[in-house]
Ligand binder design. Structure first.
Ligand code: AMP
Length: 209
């Protein structure tokens, strides 16, 4: 299955992609994770991407498209994948259409207040990449591996508001884009826990329990 997970930052795309990745045995391709790794390793792509990410802006299309093009050539993509956070603009979607045929696009919907609460309380483990909400953490260590969790710079309040604006302007038009193609499946995440959303994701994708 070749899937796209679409939705505002903080809607839980990454968490859901990780669950489905294990169940379907296909990789999760998160452009955000790839870019953050490039920044840590100070690669030329990382150097370009850093300023954009820190400001909550989108990294230029050509940079992200090149990353995805390369990643999709890898062997583990043969049986499908979950694109998590790509495409984020109509031009990115148009290029993707020339590379692959996507089976379904899952659009995770969540009201802005809930997004702000989730993102400002989000903590990530720099070692195992797990994410948690502070309300579920006991202290500041990762329950999975014991590393000290951190707050992403772009989850700070001012940047979160900018990311939401960027989402509305540049990414939300993709909802109509994929609706027109007939591949859009909507999942309403309002007030739902991870397990409830996951059940809904499986349902809209027609995956049996
Ligand atoms: P994420 O982890 O998906 O929230 O992505 C974090 C940041 O990486 C975004 O705010 C953007 O700056 C950048 N980014 C990730 N994916 C893309 C994309 N498809 N197009 C442009 N920028 C992206």
């Amino acid at each position: 299955m070749k899937l796209i997970f679409l939705g505002p930052p903080g809607a839980g795309k990454g968490t859901q992609a990780q669950l489905l990745m294990h169940d379907l045995n296909i990789p999760q391709i998160s452009t955000g994770d790839i870019l953050r790794k490039a920044i840590r390793e100070m690669t030329p792509t990382g150097v370009i991407a850093k300023g954009y990410i820190d400001r909550g802006e989108l990294v230029p299309d050509d940079v992200v498209i090149a990353i995805v093009r390369d990643r999709l050539q890898e062997k583990d993509c043969e049986n499908g994948y979950i694109l998590d956070g790509f495409p984020r603009t109509v031009p990115q979607a148009e290029v993707l259409d020339t590379i692959v045929e996507i089976d379904a696009v899952v659009d995770f919907e969540l009201p802005n207040e809930e997004i702000i609460n989730r993102l400002s309380g989000r903590r990530v483990c720099p070692k195992c990449n797990s994410t948690y909400h502070i309300s579920r953490l006991d202290g500041d260590t990762c329950p999975g591996c014991g590393e000290k969790v951190i707050q992403r710079k772009d989850d700070m309040p001012e940047t979160v508001l900018n990311r939401l604006e960027v989402y509305e302007k540049q990414t939300a038009p993709l909802i109509a884009y994929y609706k027109n193609k007939g591949s859009l499946r909507v999942v309403d995440c309002t007030g739902q826990q991870v397990e409830g959303v996951y059940a809904e994701v499986r349902k809209v994708l027609g995956i049996n329990a």
